[in-house]
Design a protein around this ligand. Structure first.
Ligand SMILES: [Ca+2]
Ligand SMILES: [Ca+2]
Ligand SMILES: [Ca+2]
Length: 138
């Protein structure tokens, strides 16, 4: 009984510190992966409406897997819709909905199709004002 209690205590302590460290590592990892995506080699830009401005770009990792797709939705020459992929599955979409070159919508996507959470910067000051988390159903 004593051993069990000790084991449980150690385990829960271990979990606590692991969780605390895990959060820091995860944030760093996230930032690193975003940096890697930003620095990734862009493939040939694609000009869908033939106005000489690329409106679709893809970035791939060294294995040729798509990690990011960018779209210039309003054809002003500036990308405003960003799709991030993990293992070929979309996980995050970032949108500059008012075309001021600052992201104001973040959509977190689960299993490539379910919206898990979205965040919105309603007044376009760079700070998130609205967070909506969706339930697990269905
Ligand atoms: Ca644009
Ligand atoms: Ca914006
Ligand atoms: Ca805001």
């Amino acid at each position: 009984m004593r051993w069990l209690l000790l084991a449980v205590m150690m385990t829960s302590l271990g979990f606590q510190s692991a969780a605390a460290e895990g959060r820091e590592v995860d944030v760093k990892k996230l930032v690193d992966s975003f940096n890697a995506i930003e620095e990734g080699t862009p493939s040939e830009p694609y000009d869908s409406n033939g106005d000489g401005k690329a409106d679709l770009r893809e970035k791939q990792d060294e294995d040729g897997n798509k990690i990011m797709e960018m779209i210039d939705f309003n054809h002003d020459g500036v990308m405003d819709d960003f799709y991030y992929f993990t293992d070929g599955i979309i996980t995050l979409r970032k949108i500059d909905s008012n075309f001021d070159q600052k992201i104001d919508v973040w959509v977190y996507i689960k299993e490539g199709k379910y919206i898990e959470k979205y965040e919105r910067d309603m007044d376009y000051d760079g700070n998130v004002d609205q967070v909506k988390v969706f339930g697990e159903e269905g």
